[in-house]
Unconditional design. Structure first.
Ligand SMILES: [Zn+2]
Length: 112
């Protein structure tokens, strides 16, 4: 597919190790405005935790538990749009410069 990729969202239960996996098509990757596109992508794909204040209810063991959440790209399109979120939560424009390379190795974020 030229414009459509497929992402895989994984929530991993820390109690029974079950992985809840959701696949989603995408044409655009929305990232926060960091100092470079590489840093924005690293933040977008970093592992986040459901911890003691924000526990996850596992669909396999039914426990409210700690969990890890991360996103991988399992199918890369030929063309992708990077959407830089240039407004903060209050609606104020973020005027920071953002460096971007001419070449990005997206295999870092993908697991076919
Ligand atoms: Zn579980």
């Amino acid at each position: 597919m030229i414009f459509t990729g497929i992402s895989r969202s994984i929530v991993s239960c820390q109690s029974c190790q079950y992985n809840s996996v959701t696949f989603k098509p995408f044409t655009c990757i929305s990232v926060t405005c960091e100092s470079s596109l590489k840093k924005s992508l690293a933040k977008h794909f970093e592992v986040t935790q459901f911890d003691s204040e924000n526990k996850y209810k596992c669909e396999k063991c039914y426990k409210k538990t700690k969990a890890k959440h991360y996103v991988q790209l399992c199918y890369l399109p030929d063309v992708v749009i990077f959407h830089i979120k240039r407004f903060d939560l209050s609606g104020k424009k973020i005027r920071r410069d953002l460096d971007y390379p001419n070449f990005i190795d997206m295999s870092t974020y993908s697991d076919p």
